[in-house]
Design a protein around this ligand. Sequence first.
Ligand SMILES: [Zn+2]
Ligand SMILES: [Zn+2]
Ligand SMILES: [Zn+2]
Length: 202
Amino acid sequence: MCDTCCICLDLINGSSIVQKLSCNHKMHHKCFFQLVINKSTKFIDCPLCRKINYNVNWPTVSLNKILHMCCMSSNRCIHENKEGVRCTNKPHFFNYGYCHNHSKNILKKKHYKIFLTYLNYIFTNNIKHRWYTKVYFIDMAKKLIIKYDIKRFDKLLYYFFKYFKENENNEVTNPLAFYKQYNIEPPDKKWVTLCKNKKIIF
Ligand SMILES: [Zn+2]
Ligand SMILES: [Zn+2]
Ligand SMILES: [Zn+2]
């Protein structure tokens, strides 16, 4: 028996990375993740039976593959040289469309797991958060992990909690103040707006 993806209705073949919902219906992980960021949570309703999904685990494939799936980059690095020629390297995930050579914030292999744990946390927690806020949180987490070589999830959360505790009297939550406090580079506003408008992360 062949399975079909309950979102795009294409076949799920041997090379597809599959997400099984808690109701046992299946979909391509890419289709699933698109739905997740659209709804801002992994607790989506199954498109077929409408049951709420509580399987929040990542599929069992390489962490590298999952990161690539979660990240909706273009096919090529967006850097242009002085003559206006585009770089031909592939973009690295979560680097605003830039490749290894043209981005300063490259996630190392040893950090893939904790970063994915954070992504999971973002999509299983605080579904009230606006997409805009999530985009910033994901970027902040990545940069904190790299800067402080964070390997434990509780340690990563500590940086967020510490900041919000110390700034709880601030009426307006300004993401830039967070970047300033930890001396990490804020993202290009253009990138944030693009992610916000298209409901993507890249
Ligand atoms: Zn699909
Ligand atoms: Zn179902
Ligand atoms: Zn490049």
